[in-house]
Design a protein around this ligand. Structure first.
Ligand SMILES: [Zn+2]
Length: 98
């Protein structure tokens, strides 16, 4: 069973969580000023990283709060979990290289 370390509750089973997609995507300051291509890019274009990716996660069957996590998309290992608004931590090099 995969455990995810909720920054508010501690380690819990992955079945309690839902992924909200890539983290640290800045919303445009004035969305009405964007053309359709730029708006589409904001909504749908993501990095599709092979390796360490920062993602938003929701503890939907727990505290209900959102947080960010660094997950290796190759091994499906969580390298760090941190609260929204906190800076992205650097992954441990040995962990990221796996
Ligand atoms: Zn929680």
């Amino acid at each position: 069973m995969l455990l995810i370390d909720c920054p508010f509750c501690g380690p819990r089973a992955e079945t309690e969580f839902r992924c909200g997609g890539e983290a640290h995507i800045a919303r445009p300051v004035d969305p009405s000023a964007l053309d359709d291509v730029a708006w589409g890019d904001f909504l749908y274009m993501r990095s599709n990283t092979k390796g360490v990716l920062a993602e938003r996660w929701n503890h939907v069957h727990g505290c209900g709060r959102w947080f960010n996590a660094l997950r290796d998309t190759v091994s499906d290992r969580f390298l760090a979990c941190y609260r929204s608004g906190e800076p992205r931590p650097d992954p441990v090099p040995a962990e990221a290289a796996r």
